[in-house]
Design a protein. Structure first.
Length: 278
């Protein structure tokens, strides 16, 4: 291949990637600038790519008029609690599936994956009945009961893949030195698998943070609503408050962005560990 052809092909791919990147990032950019636009600029017939005047009014309104602070607090509490519970359950479940020998062990990972892939639109009716019969309806306690049905199968499936890549000989060496199975798990396997556990925790947190269907079915009162419900409650009038809505969306996106950036090295190493079979 001649030098001119290689150069033209390289230019083509760079231009294509730039266009795709523009399509991917423009909605985020538009959300950000709209959150700072005054009310009049939001509804101009010819939208401005840059606000004529930056205002913080939308961010003030989202907390003073739309009760967004309570929803933000509820989402943080539920997402953190469910993620911690899910990781603890998933660690022991995945370890048992990989290391213990019992009848039907090979089919268990497939059943776990199948339970995660079941659409929530099928499950929310029986889950709704169960939660209300337990007296946990219309409260974040109901969400603490229902969200693990999403996150535990997901986290268990991911950690099964990670634990499969862990050399069994290392654990056997710990047994020879006098360690019990539990001691080998906590002192050897978990410290080495920490990047995988952190990345799984982050993904579980994101699933809870952005969940909408179960929250919509379970929660009715403003004091118990999460951020997804608080944002959807703004879409009720003929004139949608795009400024406060975009401000709320920016605030909702910040925790995930911050967590992914702070823990990016754990995510990359965790995914790499899960991709290598021992």
């Amino acid at each position: 291949m001649s030098k001119e052809k290689r150069t033209s092909r390289l230019v083509f791919w760079y231009v294509l990637m730039a266009i795709l990147l523009l399509f991917a990032l423009f909605p985020i950019y538009w959300m950000f600038v709209t959150s700072f636009k005054p009310f009049g600029e939001v509804y101009l017939l010819t939208p401005k790519l840059w606000p004529g005047r930056f205002e913080w009014k939308n961010y003030i309104d989202i907390f003073t008029r739309y009760n967004y602070g309570v929803a933000l607090e509820n989402s943080i509490k539920v997402s953190l609690a469910v993620s911690v519970i899910s990781i603890l359950v998933a660690i022991f479940s995945a370890y048992c599936v990989i290391r213990l020998r019992f009848r039907g062990r090979r089919i268990v990972p497939h059943l776990i994956l199948f339970s995660y892939l079941i659409p929530r639109t099928i499950l929310f009716i029986p889950v709704y009945i169960l939660v209300y019969r337990l007296g946990l309806g219309n409260s974040i306690w109901g969400l603490l009961l229902t969200y693990p049905t999403i996150t535990i199968p997901y986290a268990t499936w991911i950690l099964i893949t990670y634990f499969q890549s862990f050399p069994f000989e290392v654990e056997e060496a710990a047994w020879v030195d006098g360690a019990s199975r539990i001691q080998a798990l906590f002192r050897i396997i978990l410290p080495i698998s920490l990047p995988s556990i952190i990345s799984t925790f982050i993904f579980s947190f994101t699933l809870c943070w952005s969940e909408y269907i179960y929250a919509l079915v379970m929660i009715n009162t403003k004091a118990q609503k999460t951020i997804t419900l608080a944002l959807s409650d703004m879409l009720v009038a003929d004139i949608i408050p795009w400024g406060p809505l975009m401000a709320g969306a920016v605030i909702a996106a910040l925790p995930a962005i911050i967590i992914y950036n702070l823990a990016s090295r754990y995510i990359v190493s965790g995914l790499s560990l899960g991709a290598v079979k021992g």
